[in-house]
Design a protein around this ligand. Structure first.
Ligand code: NAP
Length: 302
């Protein structure tokens, strides 16, 4: 039995492992695929307090080495369930199960994709799911944002300050996001609304050069030349496998405050799968530190 199982090897999970090991607690990190999570998609981390820019891959490699160097164990298994077993928590995985006194769920959230051919290949080559991470690469260029929620509206406002031109493509003519942001966008001379339209094709060779957009009313197709497409059609927090233990909000995010406690004693959440106003590398690592510190306190009090 471990003291702490961390589910998810992204920045939040690996930071939790570092903090737990520094408190001399045994730690097992369960990661389904490869450590890093969404930060692996970022070619150049510019908004994290660090003296030199690093890629998401380099960042992950170094933080994973740091956690392993401190004695954290890693297992590449997908967590599929969480339950109480005697005096411990049992994390069930695709390869069996592991027991621990405390569990930190740092499973992150997956970006909802458009589901278009080549979408995955073009991530980092014109397709992005994070305007605040990647917007700076598109200074004085033409970009588009897809979506009609608050994320899309805020992304479009953010990009309007950087890019030469921003198209906002949304499948309806009414927005799900706040009207004040819609009004702000209407005032921007470099923002053009493309409504009742869906992106139907990504036009690319090595990188994205244009998108084809289909009008949902008459099926007519328009080509928009651009350098960047920011997809903001919602996110899917990876909490489904734990919903019998932790409370989720309507969008599926784990309900927990800044102390990362859930209502289940000994179960903590850290990072993008938690209800929070800003999902960034810096807030994920902060959560990891907080969740591990609280988990250690919980174990000390057992
Ligand atoms: P969201 O509110 O779920 O909006 C997703 C948008 O994407 C919707 O407009 C939806 O269109 C569209 N969409 C979904 N699937 C699509 C597809 N396959 N193709 C094209 N369009 C698609 O997601 P979000 O904007 O990421 O926001 C998530 C939550 O965080 C919301 O509660 C939001 O208010 C909140 N948030 C708050 C703030 C803030 O308070 N500052 C900032 C950002 C986000 P339909 O409208 O037609 O369904």
């Amino acid at each position: 039995m471990h003291d702490i199982i961390v589910v998810g090897g992204g920045p939040a999970g690996m930071t939790a492992a570092i903090y737990a090991r520094r408190a001399s607690r045994s730690v097992l990190v369960l990661e389904a695929v490869a450590c890093g999570g969404q930060i692996l998609n970022t070619p150049d981390i510019e908004n994290y307090p660090i003296e030199a820019h690093v890629s998401g891959y380099d960042f992950t490699t170094r933080v994973e080495a740091q956690a392993r160097g401190l004695g954290a164990e890693f297992a590449f298994e997908k967590a599929v369930g969480l339950r109480r077993g005697g005096d411990a928590w049992v994390v069930e995985t695709n390869k069996g199960g592991h027991r621990a006194k405390a569990v930190i769920l740092a499973t992150g959230a997956a970006n909802r994709k458009l589901g278009l051919p080549d979408e995955d290949r073009l991530v980092g080559r014109g397709v992005s799911y994070c305007a605040t991470c990647d917007g700076n690469f598109y200074r004085n260029k033409t970009v588009a944002v897809v979506g009609g929620g608050n994320t899309a509206l805020e992304d479009a406002l953010y990009l309007a300050d950087l890019a030469e031109k921003v198209y906002l493509i949304h499948r309806r003519d009414g927005f799900r996001g706040e009207e004040t942001n819609v009004a702000r966008l209407r005032e921007r001379p470099n923002v053009e609304f493309v409504l009742n339209a869906t992106v139907s094709r990504l036009v690319a060779e090595k990188r994205l050069t244009a998108v084809e957009v289909t009008d949902v009313r008459d099926g007519s197709v328009r080509t928009i030349e651009l350098r960047g497409l920011f997809v903001a059609v919602g996110r899917i927090p990876e909490n489904q496998n734990f919903s019998s233990v932790i409370a989720l909000d309507a969008a599926g995010y784990a309900i927990a405050g800044e102390d990362c406690h859930t209502a289940a004693p000994g179960v903590f959440v850290a990072g993008d799968n938690r209800v929070k106003p800003l999902r960034q590398l810096v807030t994920a690592t902060a959560d990891g530190a907080m969740a591990a510190t609280e988990a250690v306190k919980f174990i000390n009090e057992l």
